[in-house]
Design a protein around this ligand. Structure first.
Ligand code: NCD
Length: 366
């Protein structure tokens, strides 16, 4: 196996990661920087095993026994379709009953309860909080609250403001690895030996300033030597300097561009994103010509045959629907990968990875 990049995390990041991990493994899942290459690949393997085991009734029944004694709370007070539903599906796969709060207006916060107290209350009924919140850093704050409770339960960040979306990044990297041939070997342990990113060019396109998915995925890609990243956005919506500094420290090659057409022919993967205009303060993005950052049918002739097109969704016009049936369109598989990856993550937080591995080897390897 190729050696992992020697990337010195800042002391601040190291300290934050330490507060979120237990025994060097993610307990709270809040930051993409919590996952190194080994952790990423173990989760990908676990997701592969779960999807194989979950392919037929006896396996499904085994998986459903794993977390039937625990309960999850989905505290999603920012709009969500995929992340919410894929977490509910993931809970169902591992047999974990769940409940949800999707509106502050239905919680005692309207009676003046602080959000911190709401979290403390939830921690008494449930064994896991999965949350989406409009405020940057709130999931990390929640991890701090939970660490100070007599009964500490884990929190998973399903999107925090414009900041991070680590579980989306995990399913995105899983999709990229599968697209780059990571599934070629039938033996699950052998699938991730090769560095799938060596020599690959990956373009991120769109609102890179306010899109949290790209930020989290960039952190994960820093764990691999070899990919070249191109950040293609309107000049007003460029990726943050903090991410560029992190890439530079990790020794990753990157380029900033405002021209999708100029680069599309050299891409092995292109990660499209929508305009995040809900973050506008005074409609400032209305004047941006975002159509220049759309993938259109006339560009198809420039695509590499093995190009992987990803999108965290929801999409507006970033990818013309005529492209949906191309072999290069990986965004529907990406949605489904999210369900398996989130099931793997929940199982791993509760240390059921070994039980799944044992079951897989007992029944699915020959
Ligand atoms: C993304 C998000 O919420 O950040 N959606 C998702 O989780 N799949 C992307 C977006 O909303 O544009």
């Amino acid at each position: 196996m190729e050696t992992q990049l020697q990337r010195p995390p800042t002391t601040d990041t190291a300290r934050r990661v330490e507060a979120l991990n237990r025994n060097d493994k993610a307990f709270h899942v809040v930051l993409a920087q919590q996952f190194d290459r080994t952790a990423i690949e173990q989760l990908c393997q676990l997701a592969d095993m779960i999807r194989t085991i979950g392919g037929a009734r006896p396996g499904t029944q085994f998986l459903r026994t794993l977390l039937s004694h625990r309960r999850a709370m989905l505290y999603f007070i920012q709009p969500s379709t995929r992340t919410f539903l894929s977490f509910t599906a993931a809970c169902q796969i591992v047999g974990m009953p769940y409940n949800s709060v999707r509106e502050r207006s239905t919680s005692s916060e309207v009676k003046g309860e602080s959000e911190d107290d709401t979290i403390r209350v939830l921690s008494q009924y449930f064994d896991l909080i999965i949350m989406r919140h409009p405020a940057e850093g709130f999931a990390e704050h929640v991890a701090g609250i939970l660490n100070n409770m007599p009964r500490t339960i884990p929190v998973i960040n399903g999107g925090s403001g414009r900041d991070q979306h680590p579980t989306q990044a995990l399913l995105d990297i899983y999709t990229l690895i599968r697209s780059f041939g990571g599934t070629a070997d039938s033996r699950v342990e052998h699938r991730y030996v090769r560095n799938p990113f060596s020599g690959k060019t990956i373009a991120f396109v769109g609102d890179l300033k306010r899109g949290r998915t790209v930020r989290s995925l960039a952190y994960l890609l820093c764990r691999y030597p070899g990919p070249r990243l191109i950040f293609v956005s309107p000049p007003e919506l460029q990726i943050g300097d903090d991410i560029l500094e992190y890439l530079a420290r990790s020794g990753l090659e990157y380029e900033i561009s405002h021209d999708l057409r100029a680069h599309i022919g050299e891409c092995d993967a292109v990660y499209m994103t929508r305009l995040q205009d809900e973050h506008d303060v005074a409609g400032e993005s209305k004047s941006i010509d975002y159509d220049k950052y759309n993938l259109t049918p006339d560009m198809v002739k420039h695509f590499k045959p093995d190009l992987a097109i990803l999108h965290p969704l929801p999409r507006r016009k970033e990818i013309d629907q005529k492209l949906d049936s191309l072999p290069q369109a990986k965004y529907w598989a990406q949605v489904r990968n999210g369900m398996w990856m989130r099931a793997a993550l929940i199982a791993s937080i509760f240390n059921f990875d070994v039980a799944i591995r044992d079951h897989y080897h007992a029944y699915y390897t020959f």
